[in-house]
Design a protein around this ligand. Structure first.
Ligand SMILES: Cc1cc2nc3c(=O)[nH]c(=O)nc-3n(C[C@H](O)[C@H](O)[C@H](O)COP(=O)(O)OP(=O)(O)OC[C@H]3O[C@@H](n4cnc5c(N)ncnc54)[C@H](O)[C@@H]3O)c2cc1C
Length: 596
């Protein structure tokens, strides 16, 4: 069923040529020993595992789905999933970016991120089982007690136990302030938690021996709304003092959802009936503690769509070279055949290049972001750490929403390349479209990400974080502004930077008069800023490619062609988006709800 070959060449280009990742990592003592060979070796081994072990289970996992047994309240994952997970754990993959102190391999997020792209290209549904564990690991590492860390972190790092995030309840998704699950303190320092969670990814399964649930609930007398939410650690099996598994905790799966895509991943209703848990961090400060998890998960969701974009593109490309229909407008290109391969047709190329540009732009952006997370967590200079943290905060909603919207467009275009064959299940393309749709919804819908970007991350700090990032773009524009060869990339980049500044100020002014203006502008605004980020990375990649255009390596020629396509065909969307963002709230709010 189709194919997947990890795009190692492009990953290496991004890590080594665009980001100079080994030099950057040398500035961080924790990563000083990491050289290009280690990075390349991990990429190659990661490619083997994902291509050979996970990819073959993608289509079968989708067809089979998960099974729920109401008598035992257990979930069986599709055939082969459990065995693949065993190989993943034995290969040390779960431990890649975990600290050596907890049994991890101590490698940077920048490298783990590339591996994560491969996981998602090969099998998003499978990758969600271990995918949430790293967020749980980071959250506990940052906010857990020493005892919690010593019991749980080594198990999460090894992959013996997996993690979940239990936020959503039937009446509360976006608005966590409505949450009702309750936690009552016990004499032994633990808490008794009661409530019902829905839509919990990997809430129950047969792949690991224990599951560590991170659960949001309210303590007695908690303030109403989001200020009264606390975070708890609730294991499926209570660990004994020696780390072995003890009593079964009453947190049970009551049902699994039937859904549009990611069929191989169990989306569980989880019922807590006096389950034993331990508080993480301070009472009523649960959302702050959970943010560590949610930020990791938001980058993770962006990577899910990047993975799907890449694999859908690869398959569509192979098909377009093979499928023959009609002749090229400029005369036969395969005269020996009864028709030309469809890749000769301009619009088929547009569809392929859309997916290719979204994949390459997304790879550059997300790898940069992952390196910034490494700086935030590991750089010895406090100033650098703070600057990186601010940038990560700014870019997180963009990576989540922009990459997942792009993934939806890219997988759909890739399906279209197949014509009717894309729509039927046999070729696997419709699965990519179905799987990618959830990425725009969970981890905070893309609307919520847009509100977070424009409202919280930009307007609430008077544009300081955006300005700081803008200074980097400005410096690049000034540095390359006189280079004639670069002007086709620098001009649109500089122009969009100016437009974003003006647009931000205009919305900020309007928002003083009417707060609805933020809600009305946020979604197109995020997409405009997403294009600004992409333009910045494409311009940098073009600079490298121009310098090596005549090296004989066609990779650089292809990179330039993709960059030119991006600026000619995808970037112009910003003109329309800016008009939409400027159009104000009246056209949305005028119609009374009864008149819809
Ligand atoms: C397959 C799957 C897996 C999931 N996995 C998990 C998981 O592991 N853990 C977990 O806790 N949850 C999980 N979720 C839940 C998911 O995060 C929520 O569905 C999501 O946050 C949206 O919440 P909701 O469905 O209640 O929609 P609602 O919050 O009811 O939103 C409905 C619509 O209203 C919009 N909206 C809401 N408020 C505003 C606003 N202020 N301004 C503008 N628009 C607004 C939303 O954007 C959305 O379009 C999962 C969901 C699914 C389907």
């Amino acid at each position: 069923m189709g194919q997947y070959v990890a795009p190692i060449r492009d990953m290496q280009f991004v890590l080594h040529e665009l980001l100079n990742v080994t030099d950057e990592l040398k500035a961080m003592p924790d990563f000083a020993e990491i050289d290009a060979d280690i990075i390349n070796q991990v990429l190659e081994e990661g490619a083997k595992f994902t291509q050979d072990v996970l990819f073959p289970l993608n289509h079968s996992g989708d067809r089979e789905g998960c099974h729920y047994d109401a008598a035992t309240k257990t979930v069986t994952t599709p055939k082969g999933f459990k065995e693949a997970y065993k190989q993943y754990v034995e290969g040390g993959w779960a431990a890649l970016a975990c600290d050596e102190q907890y049994g991890g391999q101590g490698l940077p997020i920048a490298l783990n991120n590339s591996f994560y792209e491969m996981l998602n290209s090969s099998n998003q549904a499978w990758s969600m089982y271990p995918g949430l564990s790293h967020g749980a690991y980071e959250c506990l590492k940052e906010h857990g007690t020493d005892e919690q860390k010593s019991v749980y972190l080594p198990k999460l790092a090894s992959g013996e136990w997996t993690g979940t995030m239990c936020l959503t309840e039937a009446h509360c998704g976006t608005d966590l302030g409505l949450l009702r699950s309750k936690a009552v303190p016990q004499a032994d320092g633990s808490w008794s938690i009661t409530g019902s969670k829905i839509f919990i990814s990997a809430g129950e399964h047969d792949m690991s021996e224990n599951i560590v649930h991170l659960v949001l609930a309210r303590v007695p007398d908690a303030p109403e709304g989001s200020k009264g939410i606390s975070l708890f650690l609730v294991p499926k099996f209570l660990p004994n003092a020696d780390g072995s598994l003890g009593e079964r905790n009453p947190i049970f799966c009551g049902a699994i959802e039937e859904k549009m895509g990611i069929h191989g991943n169990a989306t569980c209703q989880m019922n807590l009936d006096g389950a034993k848990g331990w508080i993480i961090g301070q009472p009523n400060k649960g959302l702050q503690a959970m943010f560590v998890f949610m930020n990791a998960a938001r980058l993770g969701v962006g990577m899910q769509s990047l993975g799907l974009t890449e694999v859908a593109y690869q398959n569509a490309l192979t098909y377009a070279k093979d499928r023959i229909q009609m002749r090229s407008l400029s005369g036969p290109k395969a005269p020996d055949k009864p028709a030309d391969p469809i890749i000769v047709h301009p619009d088929v190329r547009r569809m392929l290049l859309t997916a290719k540009a979204f994949a390459e732009g997304g790879r550059a952006f997300s790898s940069y972001m992952a390196l910034q997370i490494d700086r935030e967590l590991h750089h010895p200079d406090e100033e650098v750490r703070k600057e990186a943290a601010d940038e990560v905060a700014l870019l997180t909603p963009i990576i989540k929403a922009f990459l997942t919207d792009n993934g939806w467009i890219a997988t759909s275009e890739a399906l279209q390349v197949y014509g009717g064959h894309g729509y039927i299940s046999e070729w696997g393309m419709e699965q990519y479209v179905r799987d990618s749709r959830i990425n725009m919804i969970y981890e905070g819908t893309n609307t919520v990400q847009s509100l977070d970007l424009l409202g919280r991350k930009i307007l609430m700090d008077n544009g300081a974080k955006l300005r700081k990032f803008g200074e980097k773009i400005k410096a690049f524009v000034e540095e390359n502004g006189l280079d004639e060869n670069m002007s086709e990339f620098i001009t649109p980049l500089g122009d969009l930077g100016d437009k974003v500044t003006k647009l931000t100020m205009e919305i900020g002014m309007k928002a003083f008069q009417n707060p609805e203006e933020v809600g009305a502008a946020a979604v197109p605004y995020l997409r405009v800023v997403g294009h600004l980020v992409f333009s910045y990375f494409f311009a940098q990649m073009a600079k490298i490619a121009l310098a090596k255009e005549d090296s004989g390596d066609n990779f650089y020629k292809a990179k330039l062609a993709t960059t030119r396509f991006y600026f000619a065909r995808l970037y112009p969307e910003t003109a329309m988006l800016i008009r939409q963002a400027r159009s104000g709230s009246a056209n949305l709010m005028a119609l009374d709800a009864d008149l819809f």
